[in-house]
Design a protein around this ligand. Structure first.
Ligand code: HQG
Length: 179
């Protein structure tokens, strides 16, 4: 059986980055047709059933995907513009961003930028930010975002499962976490 994580990564690749070699049509909200997506996954992993793909979507710890009757989309992480249709919400006082130590100084100087994606991703829980940062560095730096203060000054925060998304955060709202 194909490990669920491989299917999840492949779905993320298809739905966040619309690769040219795996053409799918997307609506403005980032949804693609379920049948088409399931067919792409089964081309890549022929032994996978549609039920297994559904299970990966439903079991995703970070609610990475949204499946409607005959459509599916990624809930965050896009490298192409989509209208997620999310409401601006009031965030908690602090949110956390885990990153590599060698990026921290530039972030504290320039602010948090989405780089290749549509949004910056922020965690509500320190341990989650550590896990995000460990993808890049075994001893990650944690940036603390004064989220409520930024929100009060007009920065729009969107909630997505356990994450908050934001277009960017200027340096005045950032500090380095010290344990
Ligand atoms: C960095 C995964 C220098 C930023 C994860 C990050 C997450 C700057 C990188 C989700 C910068 C962008 C997203 C600045 C930002 N100077 N570096 N001014 N501003 N950066 O991958 O947050 O499991 O787009 O620190 O768990 O690492 O795939 O963002 O290192 O939730 O669902 O630019 O992806 O989720 O990298 O990861 P990314 P991320 P999944």
């Amino acid at each position: 059986m194909v490990p669920p994580e491989r299917i999840s990564r492949f779905l993320s690749y298809l739905l966040r980055h619309r690769p040219k070699d795996r053409p799918l049509s997307f609506d403005p909200w980032g949804f693609a047709g379920w049948e088409e997506v399931a067919a792409r996954v089964r081309e890549r992993f022929p032994e996978t059933t549609e039920e297994q793909i559904r299970a990966v979507i439903q079991d995703s710890d970070k609610q990475r995907f949204e499946l409607r009757k005959d459509q599916v989309r990624a809930t965050y992480g896009h490298s192409f513009p989509v209208d997620l249709g999310r409401q601006n919400v009031e965030p908690p006082a602090e949110l956390y961003h885990g990153t590599a130590r060698d990026l921290a100084q530039s972030i504290l100087r320039e602010g948090l930028r989405p780089r290749g994606r549509q949004h910056v991703h922020l965690s509500t829980i320190l341990d989650d930010a550590m896990a995000v940062g460990r993808r890049r560095d075994p001893f990650p730096a944690i940036i603390v975002v004064a989220a409520k203060a930024a929100h009060d000054r007009g920065v729009r925060f969107y909630s997505s499962g356990p994450l908050f998304l934001v277009e960017s955060v200027s340096a005045e709202f950032l500090s380095l976490y010290r344990c």
